[in-house]
Design a protein around this ligand. Structure first.
Ligand code: AMP
Ligand code: MG
Length: 403
C-alpha cells in the first residue's frame, strides 16, 4: 500500500500546470489565479497623510515640557488638501486621510487639543512625526503587490482595485469532466430499479470543482459496459484538461474500466494506505489528467480532499506553497484505530476551556453521506497511529477549507 504522502508527491511530480491566460475584468476575477505580477503603479499611499483627526503642526514649534498655543490658519480634508504652507507658529486643522500640508511634520490628535476661536493649545509631550502615514509605506511605486500564482480573494480584489487596475491576466479555467460509473447508479428523475441508488458523486464532485473555480462538464452516468465506457472516456479525454470519475476502480470491480484506462493512456492504479477509500487511479489519458476516485460517496470526497484538490490547484497555476489548512485540536474522547492507514473521520469541533476539541460525528461507513452533513471537517489520524486516548493532539481539516 502506498502512503498518502507518497501518492501526493507522485501526483505533484507528474503535473504540468496550465500556462494559457486570459484578461478578465476585476469584477469577474474572484477565485481566479493570477498569471502576472501586479505592481503598484504609484506609491500607496500616494502622499504623506494624517492617521488621525487633529492638528498638523511643526514639531520644532512645540515647547517640549509646556503647552504651546498656535494660530490655526486653515484646514485640510481628505480629498481637499490645504494648498498653502504651514508657517512657523501656526497649525492646520486636519482630518484622517488628508494630505499633510507643506511644512507640517506631526499630527496632534484632536482629543488632546484645546481649541479657541483662532488658536489651539497643544499639550506637552508630543513626538515629532507622530500619527503620520508615509507615502509608499503600504506599497512603494513599482513594487510587486501580488505575485503570479495567487488565488484572487476578497482582499486581493480590493488591493488591485486600489491600484486603479481594472483588468487582470488570470490562467484560463481548468475544464473538468465529471462522470459516474456503475449499472446501479441512477440519475435524478429516473425511477429506481431494484438495487439502484441515485448518483451522489456527480453532485458532490461538481460542487467541489466549482468551489475551486473549475469549469465543469457533466458527462452523466456511464453503464458498466465496455463500449459505452470506451466512447465516453475517449470523448472526455479529448474534451477536458481533467477527467474525474467515480466508481469502478476497486479490485473486484468489472475489470474493464481499469483495462480501458490503461489502454487509453498511462494510468497508475494505487492501493492507498487511507481510510475510507483505498483504490485510486491517477494518470494521463489522451490530453487529460485522470483521477479515478473510489465509488463510495464519502471515500470519493476524501480522495478529492487528499489528492485531487491540491492537484487541481496546481494545474490551475496556483502557487503550490499552500497555507496549512488543517489545525491541531485535541480529541474529546478515545478513538480505536489500527495502524496502517491514514484515517479521515467525520468530526465536529467545540471550544472547551479555551481549547478546540474534536468529536467524531455519527456513523463512519464510507457510504454514509448524512454524517458528512453533521460534521464540519475531517479528523485526520496518521497512518502509524494505533488506539488514541482522549486528549491526543490530532489534525482537523475543516470542510470549509477544502470543499
Ligand atoms: P465501486 O467502486 O464502483 O465498486 O463502487 C463502490 C460503492 O460506491 C458501491 O456501493 C457503489 O454503488 C457506490 N457508488 C459508486 N458510484 C456512486 C455514485 N456516483 N453515487 C453514489 N454511490 C456510488
Ligand atoms: Mg461500480
Amino acid at each position: 500500500m502506498l502512503s498518502v504522502a507518497d501518492a501526493q508527491s507522485a501526483i505533484r511530480a507528474a503535473l504540468q500546470p496550465l500556462t494559457t491566460w486570459e484578461l478578465v475584468p476585476l469584477s469577474e476575477a474572484l477565485n481566479r489565479i493570477l498569471a502576472e505580477p501586479i505592481r503598484a503603479p504609484f506609491n500607496v499611499p500616494a502622499h504623506d497623510n494624517a492617521a488621525m483627526d487633529g492638528y498638523a503642526v511643526r514639531a520644532a514649534d512645540l515647547t517640549p515640557d509646556q503647552p504651546t498655543t498656535l494660530t490655526v490658519i486653515g484646514s485640510a480634508f481628505a480629498g481637499h488638501p490645504f494648498t498653502g504652507a504651514l508657517t512657523p507658529g501656526s497649525a492646520i486643522r486636519i482630518m484622517t486621510g488628508a494630505e499633510i500640508p507643506h511644512g507640517a511634520d506631526t499630527i496632534v490628535p484632536q482629543e488632546l487639543c484645546t481649541a479657541h476661536d483662532h488658536t489651539v493649545t497643544i499639550p506637552a509631550g508630543q513626538k515629532a512625526g507622530q500619527h503620520l502615514r508615509r507615502a509608499g509605506e503600504d506599497l512603494a511605486a513599482g513594487s510587486v503587490a501580488l505575485a503570479p500564482g495567487r488565488r484572487l480573494g476578497v482582499a486581493e480584489l480590493g488591493l488591485i482595485g486600489s491600484l486603479g487596475i481594472g483588468s487582470v491576466r488570470v490562467y484560463r479555467r481548468l475544464r473538468c469532466v465529471v462522470l459516474s460509473t456503475g449499472d446501479e447508479i441512477a440519475a435524478i428523475g429516473e425511477p429506481l430499479a431494484p438495487g439502484q441508488i441515485y448518483d451522489s458523486n456527480r453532485h458532490t464532485l461538481t460542487a467541489a470543482l466549482k468551489r475551486l473555480g473549475c469549469e465543469v462538464l457533466d458527462f452523466g452516468i456511464v453503464r458498466d459496459d465496455p463500449q459505452q465506457l470506451r466512447a465516453r472516456f475517449t470523448d472526455a479525454a479529448q474534451t477536458a484538461d481533467v477527467v474525474l470519475t467515480s466508481g469502478g476502480v476497486s479490485v473486484g470491480e468489472a475489470d474493464f474500466i481499469r483495462q480501458l484506462m490503461s489502454e487509453l493512456g498511462a494510468v497508475h492504479f494505487w492501493q492507498l494506505a487511507i481510510k475510507p477509500g483505498r483504490p485510486l487511479a491517477f494518470g494521463r489519458i489522451k490530453n487529460a489528467w485522470l483521477f479515478g476516485l473510489p465509488g463510495n460517496p464519502v471515500a470519493s470526497l476524501v480522495a478529492f480532499a487528499a489528492f485531487a484538490r491540491d492537484a487541481l490547484r496546481s494545474l490551475q497555476g496556483e502557487d503550490p506553497v499552500a497555507p496549512a489548512e488543517s489545525i491541531p485540536v485535541t480529541l474529546a474522547h478515545p478513538i480505536r484505530k489500527k495502524p496502517g492507514r491514514q484515517e479521515y473521520l467525520r468530526g465536529t469541533l467545540e471550544r472547551e476551556n479555551g481549547a478546540l476539541v474534536a468529536r467524531v460525528a455519527g456513523a463512519q461507513g464510507s457510504g454514509i453521506l448524512s454524517s458528512m452533513t453533521r460534521a464540519t471537517g475531517f479528523i485526520v489520524l496518521p497512518e502509524a497511529a494505533g488506539d488514541l486516548p482522549a486528549g491526543t493532539t490530532v489534525e482537523f481539516l475543516p470542510f470549509a477549507a477544502v470543499f
